[in-house]
Design a protein around this ligand. Structure first.
Ligand SMILES: C[S@@+](CC[C@H](N)C(=O)[O-])C[C@H]1O[C@@H](n2cnc3c(N)ncnc32)[C@H](O)[C@@H]1O
Length: 517
Protein backbone atom coordinates (compact mmCIF):
# COMPACT_ATOMS: atom_id res chain seq x y z
CA UNK A 1 0.00 0.00 0.00
CA UNK A 2 1.20 3.51 -0.70
CA UNK A 3 0.97 6.25 1.86
CA UNK A 4 -2.09 8.52 1.97
CA UNK A 5 0.11 11.59 1.37
CA UNK A 6 0.57 10.47 -2.23
CA UNK A 7 -3.13 10.87 -2.84
CA UNK A 8 -3.89 13.68 -5.23
CA UNK A 9 -6.31 16.13 -3.81
CA UNK A 10 -8.37 17.66 -6.58
CA UNK A 11 -9.40 21.28 -6.40
CA UNK A 12 -12.94 21.81 -7.65
CA UNK A 13 -12.38 25.29 -9.01
CA UNK A 14 -14.76 26.29 -11.83
CA UNK A 15 -12.43 28.86 -13.32
CA UNK A 16 -9.33 26.67 -13.44
CA UNK A 17 -11.30 23.65 -14.66
CA UNK A 18 -12.83 25.87 -17.36
CA UNK A 19 -9.31 26.80 -18.49
CA UNK A 20 -8.31 23.14 -18.58
CA UNK A 21 -11.39 22.36 -20.70
CA UNK A 22 -10.53 25.16 -23.11
CA UNK A 23 -6.93 23.91 -23.43
CA UNK A 24 -7.95 20.29 -24.02
CA UNK A 25 -10.47 21.39 -26.65
CA UNK A 26 -7.99 23.71 -28.36
CA UNK A 27 -5.48 20.84 -28.53
CA UNK A 28 -8.14 18.70 -30.24
CA UNK A 29 -7.37 16.08 -27.60
CA UNK A 30 -9.68 13.17 -28.36
CA UNK A 31 -9.36 9.39 -28.40
CA UNK A 32 -9.20 9.46 -32.20
CA UNK A 33 -6.50 12.17 -32.13
CA UNK A 34 -4.38 9.91 -29.90
CA UNK A 35 -4.97 6.96 -32.20
CA UNK A 36 -4.03 9.08 -35.19
CA UNK A 37 -0.61 9.90 -33.68
CA UNK A 38 0.30 6.27 -33.04
CA UNK A 39 1.23 3.29 -35.19
CA UNK A 40 -1.06 0.24 -35.13
CA UNK A 41 1.63 -1.54 -33.07
CA UNK A 42 1.74 1.20 -30.43
CA UNK A 43 -2.06 1.37 -30.32
CA UNK A 44 -2.34 -2.38 -29.82
CA UNK A 45 0.33 -2.26 -27.09
CA UNK A 46 -1.56 0.55 -25.37
CA UNK A 47 -4.68 -1.61 -25.38
CA UNK A 48 -2.64 -4.21 -23.50
CA UNK A 49 -1.55 -1.53 -20.97
CA UNK A 50 1.95 -1.45 -22.44
CA UNK A 51 2.99 2.17 -22.79
CA UNK A 52 6.58 1.97 -24.02
CA UNK A 53 5.95 1.90 -27.81
CA UNK A 54 3.55 4.89 -27.57
CA UNK A 55 6.01 6.80 -25.38
CA UNK A 56 8.81 6.15 -27.88
CA UNK A 57 6.71 7.33 -30.81
CA UNK A 58 5.56 10.51 -29.06
CA UNK A 59 8.74 11.52 -27.22
CA UNK A 60 9.88 14.06 -29.79
CA UNK A 61 6.37 15.20 -30.75
CA UNK A 62 5.77 18.67 -29.26
CA UNK A 63 2.18 19.08 -30.53
CA UNK A 64 -0.12 19.89 -27.58
CA UNK A 65 -2.14 16.66 -28.08
CA UNK A 66 1.08 14.61 -27.98
CA UNK A 67 2.36 16.39 -24.85
CA UNK A 68 -0.98 15.89 -23.09
CA UNK A 69 -0.93 12.20 -24.02
CA UNK A 70 2.61 11.72 -22.73
CA UNK A 71 1.83 13.53 -19.52
CA UNK A 72 -1.63 12.28 -18.61
CA UNK A 73 -2.16 9.00 -20.49
CA UNK A 74 1.31 7.49 -20.49
CA UNK A 75 2.42 8.97 -17.15
CA UNK A 76 5.71 10.18 -18.69
CA UNK A 77 7.78 13.11 -17.43
CA UNK A 78 7.57 16.14 -19.75
CA UNK A 79 9.46 19.42 -19.82
CA UNK A 80 7.70 22.18 -17.95
CA UNK A 81 7.93 24.45 -21.01
CA UNK A 82 6.20 21.78 -23.14
CA UNK A 83 3.42 21.41 -20.59
CA UNK A 84 2.99 25.19 -20.40
CA UNK A 85 2.59 25.28 -24.20
CA UNK A 86 0.10 22.42 -24.15
CA UNK A 87 -1.92 24.12 -21.38
CA UNK A 88 -1.66 27.80 -22.39
CA UNK A 89 -4.70 28.99 -20.44
CA UNK A 90 -4.38 26.80 -17.37
CA UNK A 91 -0.56 26.75 -17.28
CA UNK A 92 1.47 24.32 -15.20
CA UNK A 93 0.85 26.46 -12.13
CA UNK A 94 -2.90 26.08 -12.63
CA UNK A 95 -2.56 22.32 -13.15
CA UNK A 96 -0.58 22.10 -9.91
CA UNK A 97 -3.30 24.07 -8.13
CA UNK A 98 -5.96 21.68 -9.50
CA UNK A 99 -3.93 18.70 -8.21
CA UNK A 100 -3.17 17.27 -11.64
CA UNK A 101 0.59 17.71 -11.53
CA UNK A 102 2.99 17.01 -8.69
CA UNK A 103 3.77 20.27 -6.95
CA UNK A 104 7.33 19.75 -5.80
CA UNK A 105 8.63 18.89 -9.26
CA UNK A 106 6.62 21.61 -10.95
CA UNK A 107 8.21 24.36 -8.95
CA UNK A 108 11.63 23.39 -10.27
CA UNK A 109 12.92 23.56 -13.81
CA UNK A 110 12.95 19.76 -13.78
CA UNK A 111 10.51 17.75 -15.90
CA UNK A 112 7.07 17.39 -14.40
CA UNK A 113 4.78 14.42 -13.93
CA UNK A 114 1.05 14.02 -13.60
CA UNK A 115 -0.45 12.87 -10.32
CA UNK A 116 -3.62 11.62 -11.99
CA UNK A 117 -4.57 9.85 -15.17
CA UNK A 118 -6.59 12.01 -17.55
CA UNK A 119 -7.77 10.65 -20.86
CA UNK A 120 -10.29 11.27 -23.58
CA UNK A 121 -13.10 8.74 -23.74
CA UNK A 122 -16.03 9.16 -26.15
CA UNK A 123 -16.98 12.82 -25.88
CA UNK A 124 -15.53 13.13 -22.38
CA UNK A 125 -12.23 13.74 -20.64
CA UNK A 126 -11.98 11.51 -17.60
CA UNK A 127 -9.64 11.91 -14.64
CA UNK A 128 -8.93 9.02 -12.29
CA UNK A 129 -6.03 7.63 -10.29
CA UNK A 130 -2.88 6.64 -12.12
CA UNK A 131 -2.91 2.92 -12.85
CA UNK A 132 -0.52 0.32 -11.45
CA UNK A 133 1.22 0.28 -14.82
CA UNK A 134 1.84 4.02 -14.54
CA UNK A 135 2.96 4.02 -10.90
CA UNK A 136 4.50 0.54 -10.61
CA UNK A 137 2.83 0.29 -7.21
CA UNK A 138 -0.03 -1.76 -5.81
CA UNK A 139 -3.31 0.16 -5.55
CA UNK A 140 -4.06 2.00 -2.30
CA UNK A 141 -7.23 1.17 -0.36
CA UNK A 142 -9.11 4.16 -1.73
CA UNK A 143 -7.78 3.84 -5.27
CA UNK A 144 -10.17 5.37 -7.82
CA UNK A 145 -10.55 3.20 -10.87
CA UNK A 146 -10.30 4.67 -14.35
CA UNK A 147 -12.04 3.35 -17.45
CA UNK A 148 -11.65 -0.37 -16.87
CA UNK A 149 -12.95 -2.99 -19.30
CA UNK A 150 -15.81 -3.76 -16.88
CA UNK A 151 -16.92 -0.10 -16.83
CA UNK A 152 -16.75 0.04 -20.63
CA UNK A 153 -18.77 -3.16 -20.83
CA UNK A 154 -21.57 -1.84 -18.62
CA UNK A 155 -21.43 1.46 -20.48
CA UNK A 156 -22.17 -0.29 -23.76
CA UNK A 157 -24.93 -2.40 -22.17
CA UNK A 158 -26.72 0.60 -20.70
CA UNK A 159 -30.12 1.39 -22.20
CA UNK A 160 -30.09 4.88 -23.63
CA UNK A 161 -33.81 5.74 -23.67
CA UNK A 162 -34.55 9.20 -22.34
CA UNK A 163 -35.49 8.97 -18.66
CA UNK A 164 -36.29 11.43 -15.89
CA UNK A 165 -33.84 10.07 -13.36
CA UNK A 166 -30.85 7.75 -13.17
CA UNK A 167 -28.67 6.51 -10.32
CA UNK A 168 -25.05 5.40 -10.65
CA UNK A 169 -24.26 3.36 -7.55
CA UNK A 170 -20.55 3.27 -6.67
CA UNK A 171 -19.63 5.90 -9.23
CA UNK A 172 -15.82 5.77 -8.95
CA UNK A 173 -14.46 8.39 -11.34
CA UNK A 174 -17.99 8.90 -12.69
CA UNK A 175 -17.54 7.26 -16.06
CA UNK A 176 -21.04 5.73 -16.04
CA UNK A 177 -22.61 8.90 -14.62
CA UNK A 178 -21.20 10.97 -17.49
CA UNK A 179 -22.88 8.66 -20.00
CA UNK A 180 -26.17 8.85 -18.08
CA UNK A 181 -26.25 12.65 -18.37
CA UNK A 182 -26.77 12.22 -22.12
CA UNK A 183 -30.24 10.78 -21.66
CA UNK A 184 -31.36 11.31 -18.05
CA UNK A 185 -32.75 14.65 -16.89
CA UNK A 186 -31.37 14.03 -13.41
CA UNK A 187 -28.31 11.92 -12.58
CA UNK A 188 -27.40 11.03 -9.01
CA UNK A 189 -24.06 9.34 -8.30
CA UNK A 190 -23.15 7.79 -4.96
CA UNK A 191 -19.90 6.39 -3.63
CA UNK A 192 -18.59 5.65 -0.16
CA UNK A 193 -15.18 6.98 -1.15
CA UNK A 194 -14.52 10.65 -0.64
CA UNK A 195 -11.83 10.52 -3.31
CA UNK A 196 -14.14 8.81 -5.82
CA UNK A 197 -16.76 11.50 -5.20
CA UNK A 198 -14.10 14.18 -5.74
CA UNK A 199 -13.07 12.62 -9.06
CA UNK A 200 -16.69 12.38 -10.22
CA UNK A 201 -17.31 16.02 -9.25
CA UNK A 202 -14.13 17.05 -11.05
CA UNK A 203 -15.10 15.13 -14.20
CA UNK A 204 -18.63 16.53 -14.06
CA UNK A 205 -17.28 20.09 -13.97
CA UNK A 206 -14.66 19.40 -16.64
CA UNK A 207 -17.29 18.02 -19.01
CA UNK A 208 -20.06 20.44 -17.97
CA UNK A 209 -22.20 17.40 -17.16
CA UNK A 210 -24.77 17.90 -14.39
CA UNK A 211 -24.23 15.11 -11.84
CA UNK A 212 -25.53 15.22 -8.28
CA UNK A 213 -22.69 13.46 -6.42
CA UNK A 214 -23.47 12.20 -2.92
CA UNK A 215 -20.98 10.53 -0.63
CA UNK A 216 -22.25 7.61 1.42
CA UNK A 217 -22.68 3.86 1.47
CA UNK A 218 -24.67 2.47 -1.47
CA UNK A 219 -28.32 3.60 -1.09
CA UNK A 220 -27.94 5.65 2.10
CA UNK A 221 -27.58 8.95 0.21
CA UNK A 222 -30.77 8.22 -1.81
CA UNK A 223 -33.04 6.90 0.95
CA UNK A 224 -36.68 7.10 -0.11
CA UNK A 225 -35.86 8.09 -3.71
CA UNK A 226 -36.76 6.16 -6.85
CA UNK A 227 -35.09 6.14 -10.24
CA UNK A 228 -36.02 5.13 -13.77
CA UNK A 229 -32.61 3.61 -14.34
CA UNK A 230 -30.06 2.29 -11.87
CA UNK A 231 -26.65 1.29 -13.17
CA UNK A 232 -23.94 -0.20 -11.04
CA UNK A 233 -20.54 -1.76 -11.55
CA UNK A 234 -20.36 -2.66 -7.87
CA UNK A 235 -17.31 -3.72 -5.86
CA UNK A 236 -18.12 -7.36 -6.60
CA UNK A 237 -14.83 -9.15 -6.11
CA UNK A 238 -15.36 -12.17 -3.87
CA UNK A 239 -12.60 -11.64 -1.34
CA UNK A 240 -11.49 -14.07 1.39
CA UNK A 241 -11.77 -12.55 4.85
CA UNK A 242 -8.11 -13.43 5.47
CA UNK A 243 -7.13 -11.36 2.44
CA UNK A 244 -8.72 -8.32 4.08
CA UNK A 245 -6.21 -8.33 6.94
CA UNK A 246 -4.12 -5.79 5.04
CA UNK A 247 -7.17 -3.61 4.37
CA UNK A 248 -10.21 -3.53 2.11
CA UNK A 249 -9.64 -2.43 -1.47
CA UNK A 250 -12.71 -0.21 -1.74
CA UNK A 251 -12.85 -0.09 -5.51
CA UNK A 252 -13.44 -3.85 -5.78
CA UNK A 253 -14.54 -5.16 -2.38
CA UNK A 254 -17.89 -4.12 -0.94
CA UNK A 255 -16.93 -5.67 2.39
CA UNK A 256 -19.79 -8.22 2.58
CA UNK A 257 -19.25 -11.93 3.02
CA UNK A 258 -18.45 -13.85 -0.15
CA UNK A 259 -20.81 -12.90 -3.06
CA UNK A 260 -23.61 -11.63 -0.79
CA UNK A 261 -23.27 -8.02 -1.90
CA UNK A 262 -24.91 -8.87 -5.22
CA UNK A 263 -28.28 -10.23 -3.93
CA UNK A 264 -28.35 -7.36 -1.45
CA UNK A 265 -27.87 -4.75 -4.20
CA UNK A 266 -30.47 -6.41 -6.42
CA UNK A 267 -33.03 -6.39 -3.59
CA UNK A 268 -32.33 -2.82 -2.57
CA UNK A 269 -32.33 -1.61 -6.17
CA UNK A 270 -35.79 -3.04 -6.83
CA UNK A 271 -37.04 -0.91 -3.93
CA UNK A 272 -35.48 2.18 -5.53
CA UNK A 273 -36.89 1.68 -9.03
CA UNK A 274 -39.69 3.88 -10.29
CA UNK A 275 -42.56 2.08 -12.08
CA UNK A 276 -41.20 0.74 -15.37
CA UNK A 277 -37.66 1.28 -14.12
CA UNK A 278 -34.64 -0.85 -14.98
CA UNK A 279 -31.62 -2.06 -13.01
CA UNK A 280 -28.49 -2.85 -14.99
CA UNK A 281 -25.47 -4.19 -13.20
CA UNK A 282 -22.37 -6.31 -13.43
CA UNK A 283 -21.95 -9.17 -11.00
CA UNK A 284 -19.89 -12.19 -9.95
CA UNK A 285 -21.47 -15.31 -8.43
CA UNK A 286 -20.05 -18.38 -6.81
CA UNK A 287 -20.90 -21.70 -8.46
CA UNK A 288 -20.95 -24.51 -5.95
CA UNK A 289 -21.92 -27.46 -8.16
CA UNK A 290 -21.18 -28.33 -11.76
CA UNK A 291 -20.41 -25.68 -14.36
CA UNK A 292 -23.87 -26.25 -15.83
CA UNK A 293 -25.42 -25.24 -12.47
CA UNK A 294 -24.07 -21.70 -12.81
CA UNK A 295 -27.48 -20.01 -12.87
CA UNK A 296 -28.88 -21.67 -9.74
CA UNK A 297 -27.78 -19.06 -7.20
CA UNK A 298 -28.10 -15.79 -9.18
CA UNK A 299 -31.51 -16.78 -10.53
CA UNK A 300 -32.68 -17.49 -6.97
CA UNK A 301 -31.41 -14.05 -5.90
CA UNK A 302 -33.45 -12.41 -8.65
CA UNK A 303 -36.59 -14.40 -7.84
CA UNK A 304 -36.40 -13.48 -4.16
CA UNK A 305 -35.62 -9.84 -4.86
CA UNK A 306 -38.56 -9.29 -7.19
CA UNK A 307 -41.08 -11.35 -5.20
CA UNK A 308 -42.59 -8.28 -3.45
CA UNK A 309 -42.98 -6.49 -6.80
CA UNK A 310 -44.64 -9.48 -8.46
CA UNK A 311 -46.90 -10.00 -5.43
CA UNK A 312 -48.11 -6.42 -5.69
CA UNK A 313 -49.13 -6.93 -9.29
CA UNK A 314 -46.09 -5.85 -11.25
CA UNK A 315 -44.59 -7.71 -14.16
CA UNK A 316 -40.86 -8.19 -14.01
CA UNK A 317 -38.55 -9.02 -16.90
CA UNK A 318 -35.04 -10.15 -16.03
CA UNK A 319 -32.16 -11.19 -18.25
CA UNK A 320 -29.10 -12.69 -16.62
CA UNK A 321 -26.06 -13.26 -18.81
CA UNK A 322 -22.93 -15.14 -17.86
CA UNK A 323 -20.00 -14.05 -20.05
CA UNK A 324 -17.30 -16.11 -18.41
CA UNK A 325 -16.91 -18.92 -15.92
CA UNK A 326 -13.56 -19.18 -14.15
CA UNK A 327 -12.37 -21.95 -11.90
CA UNK A 328 -11.35 -20.71 -8.47
CA UNK A 329 -7.62 -20.71 -9.29
CA UNK A 330 -8.13 -18.51 -12.37
CA UNK A 331 -10.30 -16.15 -10.36
CA UNK A 332 -7.79 -15.99 -7.50
CA UNK A 333 -4.84 -15.35 -9.81
CA UNK A 334 -6.63 -12.54 -11.59
CA UNK A 335 -7.54 -10.64 -8.45
CA UNK A 336 -4.36 -11.36 -6.49
CA UNK A 337 -2.38 -9.92 -9.39
CA UNK A 338 -4.69 -6.90 -9.44
CA UNK A 339 -4.37 -6.34 -5.69
CA UNK A 340 -0.72 -7.06 -5.01
CA UNK A 341 0.80 -5.41 -8.06
CA UNK A 342 3.96 -6.21 -9.93
CA UNK A 343 6.28 -5.95 -6.93
CA UNK A 344 4.86 -8.95 -5.07
CA UNK A 345 7.46 -11.45 -3.87
CA UNK A 346 7.09 -15.18 -4.64
CA UNK A 347 6.50 -15.86 -0.92
CA UNK A 348 3.71 -13.24 -0.72
CA UNK A 349 2.17 -14.61 -3.90
CA UNK A 350 2.16 -18.19 -2.56
CA UNK A 351 0.70 -17.17 0.82
CA UNK A 352 -2.04 -15.08 -0.76
CA UNK A 353 -2.85 -17.76 -3.33
CA UNK A 354 -3.28 -20.34 -0.53
CA UNK A 355 -5.62 -17.99 1.36
CA UNK A 356 -7.89 -17.62 -1.66
CA UNK A 357 -8.00 -21.31 -2.57
CA UNK A 358 -8.55 -22.39 1.06
CA UNK A 359 -11.36 -19.89 1.42
CA UNK A 360 -13.16 -20.94 -1.77
CA UNK A 361 -12.68 -24.63 -0.95
CA UNK A 362 -14.07 -24.12 2.56
CA UNK A 363 -17.13 -22.44 1.04
CA UNK A 364 -17.63 -25.30 -1.44
CA UNK A 365 -17.11 -22.96 -4.37
CA UNK A 366 -15.66 -24.50 -7.53
CA UNK A 367 -16.20 -21.76 -10.11
CA UNK A 368 -17.05 -18.09 -10.26
CA UNK A 369 -19.43 -16.76 -12.89
CA UNK A 370 -18.91 -13.29 -14.35
CA UNK A 371 -21.69 -11.47 -16.09
CA UNK A 372 -24.42 -8.89 -16.09
CA UNK A 373 -28.07 -8.64 -15.33
CA UNK A 374 -30.88 -6.38 -16.41
CA UNK A 375 -34.16 -6.28 -14.50
CA UNK A 376 -37.14 -4.22 -15.59
CA UNK A 377 -39.97 -3.82 -13.13
CA UNK A 378 -43.04 -3.12 -15.23
CA UNK A 379 -45.87 -0.82 -14.38
CA UNK A 380 -48.67 -2.16 -12.27
CA UNK A 381 -50.81 -4.74 -14.08
CA UNK A 382 -53.45 -5.08 -11.35
CA UNK A 383 -55.88 -2.55 -12.84
CA UNK A 384 -55.44 -3.74 -16.44
CA UNK A 385 -56.46 -7.29 -15.54
CA UNK A 386 -53.20 -8.70 -16.92
CA UNK A 387 -51.38 -11.22 -14.75
CA UNK A 388 -48.24 -10.08 -13.05
CA UNK A 389 -45.37 -12.42 -13.54
CA UNK A 390 -41.61 -12.84 -13.59
CA UNK A 391 -40.09 -13.57 -16.99
CA UNK A 392 -36.54 -14.60 -16.16
CA UNK A 393 -34.01 -15.88 -18.65
CA UNK A 394 -30.47 -17.00 -17.77
CA UNK A 395 -28.06 -17.39 -20.66
CA UNK A 396 -24.40 -18.29 -20.90
CA UNK A 397 -23.03 -16.30 -23.84
CA UNK A 398 -19.28 -16.83 -23.81
CA UNK A 399 -18.81 -16.41 -27.54
CA UNK A 400 -19.17 -13.61 -30.00
CA UNK A 401 -19.28 -9.91 -29.35
CA UNK A 402 -20.37 -8.85 -25.88
CA UNK A 403 -24.03 -7.93 -25.78
CA UNK A 404 -24.86 -4.26 -26.20
CA UNK A 405 -27.77 -1.99 -25.26
CA UNK A 406 -29.73 -3.11 -28.32
CA UNK A 407 -29.34 -6.73 -27.23
CA UNK A 408 -30.49 -5.89 -23.70
CA UNK A 409 -33.50 -3.96 -24.95
CA UNK A 410 -34.46 -6.73 -27.38
CA UNK A 411 -34.14 -9.38 -24.69
CA UNK A 412 -36.12 -7.47 -22.05
CA UNK A 413 -38.90 -6.79 -24.55
CA UNK A 414 -39.14 -10.40 -25.72
CA UNK A 415 -38.65 -12.69 -22.75
CA UNK A 416 -42.10 -14.20 -23.04
CA UNK A 417 -43.34 -16.04 -26.13
CA UNK A 418 -46.98 -15.16 -26.82
CA UNK A 419 -49.32 -18.06 -26.10
CA UNK A 420 -50.86 -17.69 -29.56
CA UNK A 421 -47.49 -17.63 -31.32
CA UNK A 422 -48.71 -19.91 -34.10
CA UNK A 423 -51.10 -17.29 -35.35
CA UNK A 424 -48.67 -14.35 -34.99
CA UNK A 425 -46.78 -13.19 -38.08
CA UNK A 426 -43.04 -12.80 -37.49
CA UNK A 427 -40.50 -10.75 -39.37
CA UNK A 428 -36.96 -11.95 -39.91
CA UNK A 429 -34.67 -9.07 -38.83
CA UNK A 430 -32.69 -7.49 -41.69
CA UNK A 431 -29.30 -8.24 -40.09
CA UNK A 432 -29.91 -12.01 -40.01
CA UNK A 433 -27.89 -14.28 -42.31
CA UNK A 434 -27.93 -18.03 -42.81
CA UNK A 435 -24.85 -20.19 -43.35
CA UNK A 436 -25.23 -23.80 -44.49
CA UNK A 437 -22.51 -26.41 -44.21
CA UNK A 438 -22.62 -29.42 -46.57
CA UNK A 439 -20.57 -32.57 -46.60
CA UNK A 440 -19.11 -32.36 -50.15
CA UNK A 441 -21.42 -34.06 -52.61
CA UNK A 442 -24.38 -34.12 -50.22
CA UNK A 443 -27.62 -32.36 -51.11
CA UNK A 444 -28.69 -31.88 -47.49
CA UNK A 445 -26.96 -29.46 -45.13
CA UNK A 446 -25.18 -31.04 -42.21
CA UNK A 447 -25.39 -27.84 -40.18
CA UNK A 448 -27.36 -24.61 -40.52
CA UNK A 449 -26.14 -21.56 -38.61
CA UNK A 450 -28.13 -18.37 -38.19
CA UNK A 451 -26.01 -15.30 -37.52
CA UNK A 452 -26.80 -11.73 -36.62
CA UNK A 453 -25.03 -8.45 -37.14
CA UNK A 454 -26.62 -6.70 -34.16
CA UNK A 455 -27.80 -7.86 -30.74
CA UNK A 456 -24.33 -9.03 -29.79
CA UNK A 457 -23.65 -10.70 -33.14
CA UNK A 458 -24.87 -14.03 -31.92
CA UNK A 459 -24.83 -17.31 -33.81
CA UNK A 460 -26.82 -20.47 -33.27
CA UNK A 461 -27.44 -23.78 -35.04
CA UNK A 462 -31.00 -24.42 -36.13
CA UNK A 463 -32.88 -27.32 -37.62
CA UNK A 464 -34.06 -27.26 -41.23
CA UNK A 465 -37.62 -26.66 -40.04
CA UNK A 466 -36.61 -23.63 -37.98
CA UNK A 467 -34.48 -22.27 -40.85
CA UNK A 468 -37.47 -22.65 -43.15
CA UNK A 469 -39.69 -20.67 -40.77
CA UNK A 470 -37.09 -17.91 -40.45
CA UNK A 471 -36.78 -17.85 -44.24
CA UNK A 472 -40.48 -17.25 -44.83
CA UNK A 473 -40.99 -14.80 -41.95
CA UNK A 474 -41.82 -11.70 -43.97
CA UNK A 475 -44.05 -10.06 -41.38
CA UNK A 476 -47.25 -11.34 -42.98
CA UNK A 477 -47.22 -15.11 -42.73
CA UNK A 478 -47.90 -16.77 -39.37
CA UNK A 479 -46.33 -20.14 -38.41
CA UNK A 480 -49.73 -21.88 -38.51
CA UNK A 481 -49.96 -21.06 -42.22
CA UNK A 482 -46.58 -22.55 -43.11
CA UNK A 483 -46.00 -25.43 -40.69
CA UNK A 484 -47.91 -27.94 -42.91
CA UNK A 485 -45.92 -26.91 -45.99
CA UNK A 486 -42.60 -27.07 -44.11
CA UNK A 487 -43.50 -30.54 -42.80
CA UNK A 488 -44.34 -31.73 -46.30
CA UNK A 489 -41.17 -30.25 -47.82
CA UNK A 490 -38.91 -31.82 -45.18
CA UNK A 491 -40.89 -35.06 -45.02
CA UNK A 492 -41.40 -34.57 -41.28
CA UNK A 493 -44.65 -34.82 -39.38
CA UNK A 494 -46.30 -31.53 -38.47
CA UNK A 495 -46.07 -32.16 -34.75
CA UNK A 496 -42.27 -32.47 -34.82
CA UNK A 497 -41.96 -29.33 -36.96
CA UNK A 498 -44.17 -27.46 -34.48
CA UNK A 499 -42.13 -28.77 -31.55
CA UNK A 500 -38.81 -27.75 -33.15
CA UNK A 501 -40.11 -24.25 -33.84
CA UNK A 502 -41.62 -23.93 -30.35
CA UNK A 503 -38.26 -24.99 -28.86
CA UNK A 504 -36.25 -22.46 -30.86
CA UNK A 505 -38.68 -19.55 -30.68
CA UNK A 506 -37.83 -18.16 -27.21
CA UNK A 507 -34.17 -17.61 -28.13
CA UNK A 508 -34.98 -16.35 -31.64
CA UNK A 509 -37.35 -13.74 -30.20
CA UNK A 510 -35.14 -12.80 -27.27
CA UNK A 511 -32.15 -12.21 -29.52
CA UNK A 512 -34.16 -10.38 -32.19
CA UNK A 513 -33.73 -12.86 -35.06
CA UNK A 514 -37.50 -12.92 -35.33
CA UNK A 515 -39.53 -9.83 -34.54
CA UNK A 516 -43.20 -9.88 -33.63
CA UNK A 517 -45.18 -7.56 -35.90
C1 LIG B 1 -15.75 -1.42 -9.47
S1 LIG B 1 -15.77 0.24 -8.93
C2 LIG B 1 -16.78 0.97 -10.20
C3 LIG B 1 -16.51 2.40 -10.43
C4 LIG B 1 -17.22 3.00 -11.63
N1 LIG B 1 -18.66 2.97 -11.49
C5 LIG B 1 -16.82 2.27 -12.89
O1 LIG B 1 -17.65 1.56 -13.46
O2 LIG B 1 -15.66 2.39 -13.29
C6 LIG B 1 -16.84 0.15 -7.52
C7 LIG B 1 -17.06 1.45 -6.80
O3 LIG B 1 -17.89 1.18 -5.65
C8 LIG B 1 -17.46 1.99 -4.59
N2 LIG B 1 -17.89 1.41 -3.30
C9 LIG B 1 -17.29 0.48 -2.54
N3 LIG B 1 -18.02 0.26 -1.42
C10 LIG B 1 -19.08 1.10 -1.49
C11 LIG B 1 -20.17 1.35 -0.63
N4 LIG B 1 -20.32 0.71 0.54
N5 LIG B 1 -21.07 2.27 -1.02
C12 LIG B 1 -20.94 2.94 -2.20
N6 LIG B 1 -19.93 2.73 -3.04
C13 LIG B 1 -19.00 1.82 -2.70
C14 LIG B 1 -15.97 2.05 -4.74
O4 LIG B 1 -15.44 3.17 -4.07
C15 LIG B 1 -15.82 2.11 -6.26
O5 LIG B 1 -15.77 3.44 -6.69
Amino acid sequence: MTSPQESPSLLLDDVLIGRLRADLAAAGWSASAIEGMLSPMARAALDRDQFVPAAMELESNAAPAAVLTRLFVLGEAVERSEADSALPQLTVAGAVALGLIRESAATEAAPIRATVSLRPHDEWWVASDLTQVQTGRAPREDYVLGIASASANLESLTLRDSVDSALDLGCGCGILSLGLTRHADRVVATDISERACAFTRFNALLNEAPIDVRQGSFFEPVAGERFDLITTNPPFVITPRAARSTGVLEYRDGGMDRDQLIPWIIRESIGHLAPGGTLQMLANWEVKGEESDWAARPSEWIKRAVEPAVETGQSVNAWLVQRDLLDISQYAEWWIRDGLGAQVTPAEWRAEYRRWIEDFTFAGTRFVGLGSLAIRVGSNTASSGATSTLNLCCEYLPEGKAADAFAVQTALDNLAVPEDWESQPFLCAPDVREVRYFVPGSGNPELIRITQGRAGGRERSVTSAVAALIGVSDGEIAPAQVIPAIAQLLEQDEESVRAEIAGALPELLRSGVLVLV
